[in-house]
Ligand binder design. Structure first.
Ligand code: HEM
Length: 480
């Protein structure tokens, strides 16, 4: 290096410090193991504690990596939207998801992600999604009629999972999943559990590794793969465009005229099956829980539906008029977001809001922490759908409310999920008074999504009749 270059580098360093580039503060933690044990013991408590102590961002060592936990919405907005190209999905996505989702849209990055995204996105066009409303309604009404006998106790988490799976099966894949729902639920459950065990291993086990847990993982994945491969083969063989997403992805061509390979189709279909049902199912499960805990909200919601829809089934055209239903869903996603965290990894050193985010060091964004931040939401622990006025939303800092992420990597199924949640929850509330099994409180488990764990969400099925309506009104009066 000659004298001129040395001088240039030195003055660049000064310029950097002159604009105040800071290292992200490291949490107080022991050497080597860092925060691994604390994080694994209770992830939600760990993240909320960090947020309280470090309002912008903090660095903690978990296993072999330094994780950057970002709490400042302005930084999140930069990562999601303005500087998104400098980030990819990182280590967790590549190891955790690879085996299961391959190179499907969720874990994918770079040029291949862009190609696949451009091929798949038209399959989620508004008009196509709108045409799914009758299926969502039909499946919900069938479920209530078939399974929800008055006075019985049910695990609504399982019901919501089965319902969401049937909806995804019929709408996206043109398939009746009822024969497979037990197997798929079990497989998803196993995959979810095993993938979480996998997070705790610094070196992921390869597919061929002959351990019992690996065998269970592979069996669960193969069970799902089989269903998916059969659906793809049948559709290819028929050569018929059924107007669903499966037909769309099978027949879509990129600008060079090339379609997807069987492996690409397998990966995308697994991704849509996975991303498209547990997320929505768990959001609806938590929404039902929050409604049961807040009867005055449930009754206000019922009143809105009674006024705007009456006793007839909810139609697509009703959805825009159901403002309170929209607010209830927004508020549920704030307090109990099914996707409670997502991760990113800088592909180069990036400076945001004066903090340096080093290349390859993973970033942890938590919708759960953002939703409970008193600097963003006053009285954050109160379930108050009324807060979601237009003015409230406009006043929120950008990056503060991202249950579906944001920017180019935003959830592709957001419109689908919003519509499904409105139809299902609106229909449920038309027929039932939300109530938990007496004395039951759910666990809160942070696996791939936030869910109520093995015990599920035990509810008491209470059909609306005059007497029940009166009781609910009394309850609402007392708790208001
Ligand atoms: C309430 C329900 C849902 C929530 C909260 C949700 C949330 C999210 C979030 C946070 C991401 C970004 C993940 C990341 O960047 O690592 C995502 C991505 C994605 N979601 Fe959803 N999702 C929901 C429902 C759905 C549905 C119903 C579908 C499909 C039918 C779907 C398909 C996808 C896909 C394909 C991606 C990847 C998009 C890309 O990177 O190109 N999601 N979702």
């Amino acid at each position: 290096m000659n004298a001129h270059t040395t001088q240039k580098v030195a003055s660049e360093k000064q310029a950097v410090s002159a604009i105040g580039v800071r290292e992200v503060p490291r949490v107080d933690e022991p050497p080597i193991i860092g925060s691994t044990v604390r994080f694994q013991k209770d992830q939600l408590a760990f993240v909320l504690d960090l947020q309280q102590k470090y309002p912008d961002v903090a660095k903690a060592r978990i296993l072999h990596l330094d994780w950057h936990f970002v709490f400042n919405p302005a930084i999140i907005h930069e990562i999601n939207v303005r500087q998104w190209e400098k980030f990819n999905k990182g280590w967790l996505a590549k190891t955790l998801w690879k085996l299961f989702l391959g190179n499907g849209l969720v874990p994918n990055d770079g040029e291949h992600w862009r190609r696949q995204h451009d091929l798949i996105k038209p399959g989620f066009h508004r008009q196509r999604i709108d045409s799914y409303a009758p299926v969502m309604l039909d499946e919900t009404l069938q479920m209530i009629e078939r399974d929800f006998q008055d006075g019985t106790i049910r695990d609504i988490r399982e019901d919501m999972n089965n319902l969401a799976l049937r909806v995804v099966g019929r709408t996206l894949f043109g398939a009746d999943m009822s024969d497979h729902q037990g197997a798929v639920f079990k497989a998803m459950h196993n995959i979810s559990k095993i993938l979480v065990e996998h997070i705790n291993l610094p070196i992921p086990t390869p597919r061929w590794w002959p351990s019992a847990s690996n065998r269970r993982k592979i069996d669960a994945i193969e069970e799902l793969e089989e269903v998916i491969k059969r659906l793809i083969a049948e559709r290819r063989a028929s050569g018929k465009d059924e107007g669903d997403v499966l037909s769309h992805i099978i027949f879509a061509k990129d600008p060079s005229g090339k379609g997807m390979t069987n492996k690409e189709l397998r990966d995308e279909a697994m991704t849509l099956l996975f991303a498209g049902h547990e997320t929505t199912a768990h959001t609806m499960t938590w929404a039902w829980y929050l409604l049961a805990k807040n009867p005055h909200v449930a009754e206000k919601l019922y009143a809105e539906i009674e006024e705007k829809v009456g006793n007839r089934p909810i139609q697509l055209d009703d959805l825009d008029n159901l403002t309170y239903l929209h607010q209830v869903i927004k508020e549920s996603l704030r307090l109990m977001p099914a996707v409670w965290t997502y991760t990113r990894c800088p592909t180069e050193d990036v400076v945001i809001e004066g903090y340096r985010f080093p290349k390859n060091q993973p970033i942890f964004i938590s919708q759960f922490a953002l939703g409970r931040d008193p600097r963003i939401h006053p009285d954050p622990l109160t379930f108050k759908p009324e807060r979601w006025t237009r003015e409230y939303e406009r006043a929120l800092p950008r990056g503060a409310y991202v249950p579906f992420a944001a920017g180019p990597r935003v959830c592709l199924g957001q419109g689908f999920a919003q519509m499904e949640m409105k139809i299902v929850l609106g229909t449920l509330i038309q027929h039932l008074v939300p109530a938990l099994k007496p004395g039951f409180e759910p666990d809160v488990v942070t696996e791939l999504s936030l869910h109520p764990g093995e015990r599920g969400l035990q509810i008491l099925v209470k059909h609306r009749d005059k007497q029940v309506k009166k009781q609910a009104a009394n309850q609402a009066e007392q708790s208001a």
